[in-house]
Write a protein that binds this ligand. Structure first.
Ligand code: HEC
Length: 252
């Protein structure tokens, strides 16, 4: 009885392997998920690097700021390494999915292009608001990266916080925000939410962004009063879920 059962089980396993080759699929979904996570962190690391240099960028008393694409890249690399353990300077050698490497290289290039395009403006004297803030960096960089790669990369926010209609959440993102908001998460944690969707056709990853003190000069109180960029403040609180970097990668 026993040997026969063993043979049957082996047969079932064989059929399952041939008709449901789930192993390679799982591998691909895992690779895409890790790729999406790294892309989200790289875009956010660029945002954080802008935030750290915001006073310098805004300084009306200074002409040449020395905030070149190269200076930006060095700080970006430090931030990315701190959060992922990987160095942008030697991605080839790092233990990351092969599919992630050309995408990260391109996202880095597009990030530097954004900084390059703002050079004439940020080196102007006498102007305080120059349009280069974490959000414009994120929107512009992500949109050029998306055009090149076809990978959906977006900075979005819960509907009540949306300023730029281009960043409005789609139905998946809107639902993910209600799930994320119910979990109380710490500031700046890199806890991503990931899921295989569309009947296994794609993966979606959301990196939540929480409002810290520096964000509140624009997004905080007094609600309704215009900030330096001209938008009305949202009246947000410190630690509140302010948005997310959202990535979708097709598995086809
Ligand atoms: C100098 C003012 C300013 C600061 C500081 C600032 N933001 Fe924003 N934020 C904006 C503006 C302006 C936009 C809309 C940008 C656009 O038009 O694409 C925006 C957009 C966003 C978006 C995209 C969704 C949307 O509304 O279009 C998110 C998410 C966001 N901010 C989060 C943050 C977080 C988190 C911080 C702190 C790390 C922060 N912001 C700091 C001004 C600011």
């Amino acid at each position: 009885m026993k040997p026969l059962r063993f043979v049957c089980m082996a047969g079932v396993a064989f059929i399952a392997l041939v008709f449901f080759p789930s192993h390679s699929f799982t591998g691909q979904a895992e690779e895409a998920t890790e790729t999406a996570r790294l892309l989200a962190i790289l875009l956010d690391a660029g945002r954080v690097t802008i935030a750290k240099n915001q006073d310098l960028i805004n300084d009306p008393a200074r002409g040449d700021k020395g905030f070149t694409p190269e200076v930006f890249e060095k700080q970006l690399d430090e931030e990315f390494r701190r959060r992922t353990g990987f160095s942008l300077g030697q991605l080839e050698k790092e233990n990351i999915p092969e599919m992630a490497k050309p995408l990260l290289v391109r996202l880095l290039e597009e990030s530097k292009k954004t900084i390059a395009s703002y050079q004439p403006v940020i080196n102007l004297m006498g102007v305080r608001y120059k349009g280069l803030i974490p959000a414009t960096f994120g929107t512009e960089t992500a949109s050029r990266f998306h055009n090149w790669s076809g990978v959906y990369l977006k900075q979005t926010a819960p509907q009540s916080f949306v300023r730029n209609p281009k960043n409005a959440p789609d139905s998946y993102e809107a639902e993910a925000f209600t799930r994320l908001a119910s979990k109380s998460s710490g500031l700046n944690s890199d806890h991503v939410q990931s899921e295989v969707v569309d009947q296994g056709q794609s993966v979606r990853v959301m990196l939540p962004l929480f409002y810290g003190k520096p964000c509140l000069t624009c997004h905080g109180e007094p609600k309704g009063q215009r900030d330096i960029s001209g938008y009305p403040r949202e009246g947000a609180k410190e630690g509140e879920l302010g948005g997310a970097i959202s990535v979708r990668i097709s598995l086809k």
